[in-house]
Design a protein. Structure first.
Length: 425
């Protein structure tokens, strides 16, 4: 084992392996369910309904899930919601509830339980390792997630071809139980402060928002993340797929390989942080942003009239760019996430992180709504250049005004934390 990983304890590894098991199972279902919906309905509209059935309930209950994650035993919530999701899927199979409308209801219930599970685990995770080890720990968990995303889709396609949606649901149900078994072994103590009335829920929500607003250090980190998500998500989710298919004329196989190249790069970046850089990775945030900007410009040139590369040459060049891109993204995501985790006291971490998650998830759709119409009206390379300019403006602003916060050693948040009593009763 690398010396960079020796300090991480048994509780962390139980958490990480448990999460990996459930992520693989979830990836299998995530591939099989759309295939099943399309096979049954042949409707893109119904696919959109299923996507919204997963997104909307999670956003609606996330703030309340954060309150529950602070008030009740986080380990019990984590284990309980994993086992409950496993029981739900076994019940679906036992009673043959695999009709489209039945699965739509299941999707809503799973998304709701997933929000509560995510709030409790997100609040619990920073307590499992030392504060200085958060970068290593986050990079390892991220690497496990990448592994799951690499093997899960291929496994899901195979499982669906062999046993259909029933076998995919069975595998996912088993993965929830497997994850729960690992999580049961985690040593974690938490003094529950159970809710006595709905008024306390509202009070806790207000307290979480007040903490977020009063903590300038945390607000700076979140503001940077929100602006970058609003610009980067439409770039990755809409512009790149559009350009690869419509302009570069990549086949579906080549398209998939580009996604894999990015994941390989992300795996390399996370491995470097875990084994070598650790907490020092944050010092290179703006270096990573500079490389990120250069690669966006290379991509912009590649899809512009100035490039006359063949499809095969463009594929090889972009594959290399995507490997570098994935590695660079690790040096952006891991330090920011770790700083946010360190900045929030454990007593209010659930509700504050839930409030932040809602704001960050809400940032993406604004960019997505704008980019689609722009691509219908302007060349893709020009839209890409506009997004690059927007990101560049945000980066320059935060470099000039908040460089110490984004690259420092988190010393600035200590006084901010002390400014507010948590007020839990």
């Amino acid at each position: 084992m690398s010396s960079g990983l020796k300090g991480l304890n048994k509780n962390f590894w139980l958490f990480a392996v448990g999460r990996f098991v459930s992520q693989v199972g979830w990836a299998v279902q995530d591939v099989a369910l759309p295939l099943y919906v399309l096979d049954q309905t042949h409707s893109g509209g119904m696919m959109t309904v299923f996507i919204l059935a997963e997104m909307v309930p999670a956003l609606l209950v996330m703030p309340f899930a954060g309150v529950i994650g602070d008030r009740y035993n986080r380990k019990h919530l984590m284990v309980g919601f994993d086992l409950a999701r496993g029981v739900l899927l076994f019940g679906v199979l036992a009673f043959n509830f695999i009709g489209i409308h039945q699965l739509l209801i299941v999707q809503v219930i799973m998304a709701t339980m997933g929000a509560f599970f995510g709030a409790s685990t997100g609040a619990m995770f920073p307590d499992l390792v030392e504060p200085d080890e958060l970068e290593k720990a986050n990079s390892i968990v991220s690497s496990f997630n990448i592994f799951a995303r690499l093997i899960g889709p291929a496994l899901g396609g195979f499982i669906y071809a062999v046993g259909g949606i029933a076998l995919a649901l069975l595998v996912n149900a088993a993965s929830f139980f497997g994850s729960g078994l690992f999580e049961m072994l985690i040593g974690y103590e938490w003094e529950a402060k159970e809710l006595e009335s709905f008024g306390q829920v509202i009070s806790d929500l207000k307290e979480g928002i007040s903490f977020l607003r009063s903590n300038r250090y945390l607000w700076t980190l979140m503001g940077f993340a929100i602006f970058m998500i609003a610009l980067a998500q439409p770039f990755g989710a809409v512009l790149m797929p559009y350009a690869m298919r419509e302009i570069l004329k990549f086949s579906s196989y080549q398209f998939g390989l580009q996604e894999s190249a990015f994941m390989v790069g992300a795996l390399i970046g996370n491995a470097l942080i875990a084994a070598k850089f650790g907490k020092k990775a944050g010092r290179y945030l703006f270096h990573a942003l500079l490389f990120d900007g250069i690669m966006i410009l290379v991509f912009t040139w590649l899809i512009s009239p100035a490039s006359n590369l063949t499809t095969d040459t463009a594929f090889l060049l972009l594959a290399g760019v995507n490997i570098l891109w994935g590695a660079v993204e690790a040096f952006l995501n891991v330090p920011i996430n770790s700083k946010i985790q360190r900045a929030i006291p454990t007593e209010v971490r659930g509700r504050v992180m839930a409030a932040m998650a809602v704001l960050m998830h809400a940032a993406g759709p604004f960019g997505l709504l704008a980019v689609g119409p722009l691509l219908d009206r302007y060349p893709a390379w020009l839209v890409s250049l506009g997004l690059w300019a927007g990101m560049g403006f945000v980066v320059l602003y935060y470099w000039a005004r908040h460089r110490a916060v984004l690259t420092g050693e988190d010393r600035g948040n200590v006084k901010e934390k002390g400014k507010m009593e948590t007020g839990l009763t």
